[in-house]
Write a protein that binds this ligand. Structure first.
Ligand SMILES: C[S@@+](CC[C@H](N)C(=O)[O-])C[C@H]1O[C@@H](n2cnc3c(N)ncnc32)[C@H](O)[C@@H]1O
Length: 510
């Protein structure tokens, strides 16, 4: 059998050499932190971004092993043989050359791929310049925002079986391998699977099963406790790259991943999927997503970004991928993209993080615009929000009023005062969360007061009754007026039912 070096660039690389390479990385502290410490600040810790190479090469001219590893593995610099032998040793150097991780250049040797230390893992992926290489369809992408969003949102609890759909170089799978017993990582691109397999050795992750698969085809009949996916969701007339446009047309990649996820979720299992869908003229911007989710047997929480207008969307993709075209070719390509959107009756493009939790029964769907910047990793907050939504969906108003609530510790308030006569009188307040989902909103002074009193000791009924007295209305009237506002605060995690809070480690033991 002949081996295609595009699909399997590491066929001749001895796994023992990958193990030795990791030792070299450890010895010289080739880590995200050390790399970040020596990079010029203007690169924001990202040496692999477009145009970064000359900056990295100039800044890291001093000869030392860490600089050599950065130049070699992050910006594909050519390095003379002598220093390479010094850092790797003769045996490993020869192994890396034989295995294709070092290729000859006029001045020495260079690595044809990126080996990127990120989040405690090494991700092996293609360079940006490979977008125009003859194997570009099989190009394996690096780690971008669409990779980080699901990675940051995924709860890092212990799960038995996890699935990564469209694993690429394995960024999601390596995260999953740290907290799940077994991970199945699927991709249609054999090159991605082979880069992932090599990186798994570097990452000492031995619980990932990389499988060639057309979406879920290789896991037929299997269920998982956790699914994560960053599929090739870009909506365009192209089918150029496995990693970007998937080749199904319109938003059918998203449809396929979303529609089929429930069949592969165990009861209670969670799917975290970043994706895009078309919003059509004259319809609900989320109409298509809702249709795919109907009857899914999942509760669904969706956090969307602002809708992209088609011109800006097409332009941003074309500027990154078609900058080399002549102005006339560029215009024609742009026209082709816009004609395509017109033919699909599209008005805009929605981007969202779709989180599905399987719960056979009467399900809820909540679609909300995401706060602009979500900081850090927020998987636990996400689970808490889903639990709150389920409670709001299943409990009666009386049952909710019997619950005790606590104001989130990340909640803050800014009061607004109005001039009344010759003094300031408090009117409304801006309420916001400082982390991890920094929602913000405005509440009236009575709701602001109620929130302050949510310390987890008093049932909501009592607080709402007090609010009614302050406003001068009956209890049923205040319940009717206040509950929609309070529900909104609960849905975004300002007010958390004590029953859903993690146990307080400081609390005295019974
Ligand atoms: C956007 S990349 C995501 C890579 C990685 N999971 C991450 O989050 O950084 C999408 C991946 O889906 C893969 N893919 C495209 N079409 C597929 C299909 N029909 N079945 C499975 N995977 C597919 C691509 O090869 C690519 O690796």
């Amino acid at each position: 059998m002949t081996i295609d070096p595009i699909l399997n660039p590491f066929a001749n690389l001895d796994p023992a050499d990958i193990v030795s390479l990791r030792r070299v990385f450890d010895r010289h502290s080739f880590t995200e932190k050390s790399v970040g410490d020596v990079l010029p600040a203007c690169l924001n810790g990202n040496p692999t971004s477009n145009g970064a190479a000359p900056i990295v090469l100039r800044a890291l001219r001093e000869e030392n092993p860490l600089n050599l590893l950065i130049r070699l593995f992050l910006v594909n610099a050519s390095i003379p043989e002598g220093p390479l032998r010094e850092v790797f040793g003769d045996r490993l150097f020869s192994g890396l050359v034989a295995g294709g991780l070092l290729g000859p250049t006029p001045g020495g040797f260079a690595c044809p791929l990126i080996v990127n230390p990120l989040r405690g893992f090494y991700i092996i992926h293609d360079t940006i310049s490979a977008r125009v290489a003859d194997f570009s369809r099989h190009l394996v992408m690096g780690v971008g925002t669409s990779s980080l969003t699901p990675a940051n949102a995924t709860p890092r609890r212990h799960y038995r079986r996890a699935l990564d759909v469209g694993c690429g170089g394995g960024f999601q799978a390596f995260h999953l391998a740290t907290h799940c017993d077994k991970v199945v990582a699927l991709d249609i691109n054999p090159r991605a699977l082979n880069l992932g397999r090599a990186a798994a050795i570097l990452n000492r992750a031995d619980n990932i099963d990389f499988r060639l698969s057309d979406f879920y085809s290789a896991v037929e009949g299997e269920t998982f406790d956790l699914i994560v996916s960053n599929p090739p969701f870009v909506i365009s007339p192209e089918s150029e790259f496995h990693y970007r446009d998937g080749g199904l047309g319109a938003d059918r990649v998203t449809e396929t991943v979303i529609r089929n996820a429930p069949d592969h979720l165990a009861e209670g299992g969670l799917a975290v999927i970043i994706c895009e869908w078309a919003s059509l003229h004259g319809g609900d911007p989320h109409g298509r997503l809702k249709e795919w989710l109907s009857g899914s047997n999942c509760d669904v929480w969706v956090s969307t970004s602002k809708e992209d207008d088609l011109v800006s969307y097409a332009m941003s993709w074309l500027r990154s991928y078609r900058a080399h075209l002549s102005p006339e070719e560029f215009r024609q390509t742009f026209d082709r993209w816009m004609d395509y959107y017109e033919s699909l009756n599209m008005e805009g493009i929605q981007t969202g993080l779709v989180v599905m939790r399987k719960r056979t029964g009467n399900n809820w769907l909540f679609i909300d615009e995401a706060p602009s910047v979500i900081r850090g990793r927020w998987g636990e907050s996400l689970l808490q929000l889903i639990d709150i939504h389920t409670l709001l969906h299943t409990a009666t108003v009386d049952e909710l009023l019997d619950q005790r609530f606590k104001l989130a510790s990340a909640a803050r308030m800014r009061h607004i005062y109005e001039q009344v006569g010759n003094r300031w009188a408090s009117s409304e307040a801006d309420i916001f969360l400082v982390e991890p989902l920094p929602y913000s909103g405005r509440v009236d002074q009575y709701t602001a007061g109620l929130c302050a009193r949510c310390d987890g000791t008093v049932p909501l009924r009592q607080l709402v009754a007090g609010m009614g007295e302050a406003v001068g209305v009956t209890f049923p009237e205040i319940v009717e007026a206040a509950m929609p506002i309070l529900r909104g605060l609960m849905q975004r995690g300002y007010l958390i039912p004590v029953s859903l809070l993690p146990p307080d480690p400081e609390a005295p033991q019974a």
